[in-house]
Each structure stands twice: as structure tokens, then as C-alpha cells.
Design a protein around this ligand. Structure first.
Ligand code: DQA
Length: 145
């Protein structure tokens, strides 16, 4: 079965209680369950992880080389700051889809720039938790091509 790493950055462990008016009421556990259900339908095995630490995310992206066929990533605040995540993703060969729960273009100006977008094959923002599911559907069609 094809494996997809679904990686989540800082403070996404607080989803459901963190600014729910912006990020919604779904917890990260809820999102993980929905990803697993859809993954099973699409024939994708889901390796779902969250870290508050940039270096840990870099290690996981490096681990994806050889272990995963695609990466779905919500880099959270590191989206806007991290050349390290961009470089790690640039060394990964398969599809990369960047996800944001909120519409980052409707918010603070600094959220409009993403280092990760320089590598991402697709970007989904403002679709809430459903964005993760859209990303998995896109991964499935890219891997099928
Ligand atoms: C986020 C958007 C980022 O700007 C923010 O720092 C986050 C979450 C989102 O999912 O909407 O932590 O990636």
C-alpha cells in the first residue's frame, strides 16, 4: 500500500481549543481519524504526526524519503519562516501538498508568504479540516498518474 506522511507543525496539537473561530472545532485527533477513513478508501496508508519542533519536522521529512510516496504538510507558523523545511521538502521526490485550515491570504500580511509553497505541488487554504481530505484526494490522483 502507498504510504503518505501527514505532518503537522507547531500548536496544531491544540486544535479544537486554539482560536476555534479561525481554526474550527475539530481536534487533530478528529482530523487524523478522517484521514485514516479516507486513506483506506483511496488505498493509502496514513502516517499522521505532529511536532512543535522544526528539527523534528525536518527529520520526519527526511524519513519520508524511502518510507513515503507523498507528503501532506501543514507547517503552521513554520510555513512563513522556515528555509529548513523548504530544503528538506526539496530533497523529497514525491508529491507534496501544503494545507492550511485558515485562508492565510485573508489574514495578517506575513501569512501570505510561504517558503513551503516554493516546493509544494499544490496548496489548499481556507477549507478547514476538509483541506486535509482534499489533499489526500489530490495525492491519490497524482500517484495514479
Ligand atoms: C495555519 C496558518 C498559519 O499561518 C498559522 O501559523 C498556523 C496554522 C493554518 O492551518 O491555517 O499555525 O497553518
Amino acid at each position: 500500500m502507498r504510504c503518505v506522511f501527514v505532518l503537522n507543525g507547531p500548536s496544531l496539537n491544540l486544535l479544537g481549543v486554539r482560536q476555534p473561530e479561525i481554526y474550527g472545532r475539530a481536534t487533530l485527533g478528529d482530523i487524523e481519524s478522517e484521514c485514516r477513513v479516507l486513506g483506506a478508501e483511496l488505498g493509502l496508508s496514513i502516517d499522521f504526526r505532529q511536532s512543535n519542533h522544526e528539527g523534528v519536522l525536518v527529520d520526519w521529512i527526511q524519513e519520508a524519503r524511502g518510507a513515503a510516496q507523498a507528503v501532506v504538510i501543514n507547517p503552521a507558523a513554520y510555513t512563513h519562516t522556515s528555509v529548513a523545511l523548504l530544503d528538506a521538502l526539496s530533497a523529497f521526490d514525491g508529491p507534496v501538498i501544503e494545507v492550511h485550515l485558515s485562508n492565510v491570504h485573508k489574514r495578517d500580511a506575513f501569512r501570505r508568504h510561504s517558503y513551503v509553497s516554493l516546493r509544494a505541488d499544490g496548496v489548499i487554504a481556507g477549507c478547514g479540516a476538509e483541506g486535509y481530505l482534499l489533499a489526500l484526494r489530490r495525492v491519490a490522483s497524482l500517484l495514479a498518474d
